[in-house]
Design a protein around this ligand. Structure first.
Ligand code: SF4
Length: 342
């Protein structure tokens, strides 16, 4: 192996580190070149040791790169799964290997725990597309209409909302309200795709995901032409015309379940790049076509800043208690079920 000189002497790729991390490399060798492992392995070994010392857990979103997702994350999944997992951990410290709104959700559900985000710049174009004042204005415009808010929002926006949803449960949440009309924000495409599958009329907002809005129906047709027989799985943050030409639409967890159940010989996941690498590591016998749209915010999380977070306790997520109390209600209603007036 090509052993690169590390910046810190305690992060050398020694034979002990190589031995200790060998089972992890075996898991990711299809998606991480051998030449890169001596850079990752010492960081992985140090992070995993520190987690034990500090009683910390790392929650890893499906869009993390494979060396994070498969090698240091203790629990992995989509936003919904991470929110559920955050309620179950006994750890004192939660490090969110994901974006800021996910760390806020973990903090809402664990107010007494330390929740760390390794890079505070790990934002989200959906979360930035709507403010608490926008929600108040919508509620004034549509009095009495419940506000269903995607978890990809700030705590302030959640605090103005009746209930949260994720791409994995949006249809169930909207139908479960038993009303004729809902406001669904901030993702316009998720709202339009959900509107086709639910009874209530859906009032939309104008937010977009910078990753998923880039895919077009023409891209999908070109993929099919270049890869005969390919099965196309798309995320519901994509435009409705992209969903219309796909074989399946669902959250990242839904896509993983589809692959596990149907084992398509050739498959494309129309979503963020790293997701395909992570699923390919679990299903090495399948052929993954990888059209690549990176989330610049998810990619701010790296092994190096996860290590810094564990070593320094930076940066801790804080939410104003009055905001947190109201936002927590919207998240907990999503997890436990709720009807207006109940
Ligand atoms: S992939 Fe899209 S929705 Fe997810 S964090 Fe990035 S910008 Fe936000």
């Amino acid at each position: 192996m090509n052993v690169l000189a590390p910046a810190r002497p305690d992060l050398r790729f020694t034979s002990e580190v190589e031995r200790e991390t060998a089972p992890l490399y075996d898991k990711v060798k299809k998606v991480i070149p051998e030449v890169e492992w001596p850079v990752f392995a010492p960081l992985i070994a140090r992070i995993n040791a520190l987690k034990k010392q500090k009683n910390a857990v790392i929650l890893g979103h499906n869009y993390m790169t494979p060396e994070i997702f498969h090698c240091v994350a203790d629990m992995t999944g989509d936003s919904l799964a991470l929110a559920r997992m955050a309620t179950k951990t006994d750890a004192d410290i939660i490090v969110m290997a994901g974006v800021h709104f996910m760390a806020e959700t973990a903090k809402l559900l664990n107010p007494s725990k330390t929740v760390l985000i390794p890079d505070t710049g790990a934002g989200c174009t959906l979360a930035e597309s709507v403010t608490a004042a926008d929600v108040r204005a919508l509620k004034a415009q549509y009095p009495g209409v419940p506000v269903v808010t995607y978890v990809n929002t700030s705590a302030e926006v959640k605090a103005e909302s009746d209930i949260c949803c994720t791409s994995g449960n949006a249809v169930e949440i909207v139908n479960g309200l038993g009303v004729d009309r809902v406001i669904m924000l901030p993702d316009e495409y998720l709202a339009l795709n959900t509107a086709k599958l639910v009874k209530p009329e859906v009032i939309t907002w104008k937010g977009r995901c910078v990753v998923h809005e880039q895919f077009t129906a023409a891209d999908i047709r070109n993929l099919r032409a270049a890869n005969p027989g390919v099965v196309v799985l798309a995320h519901p943050e994509c435009a409705p015309d992209v969903i219309a030409v796909s074989d399946y639409a669902g959250s990242t967890a839904g896509m993983i379940d589809y692959v596990a159940k149907h084992r398509p010989a050739k498959v494309v996941l129309v979503t963020e790049c790293s997701m395909s690498d992570n699923v390919a590591a679990d299903f090495p016998e399948l052929d993954f076509v990888k059209p690549c749209n990176l989330c610049p915010f998810m990619k701010k999380i790296e092994l190096s800043n996860i290590l810094t977070a564990l070593e320094t306790g930076q940066t801790e997520v804080h939410i104003h208690p009055a905001v947190a109390a109201r936002a927590r209600v919207a998240v907990e209603r999503m997890l436990t079920g709720w009807k207006p007036g109940a």
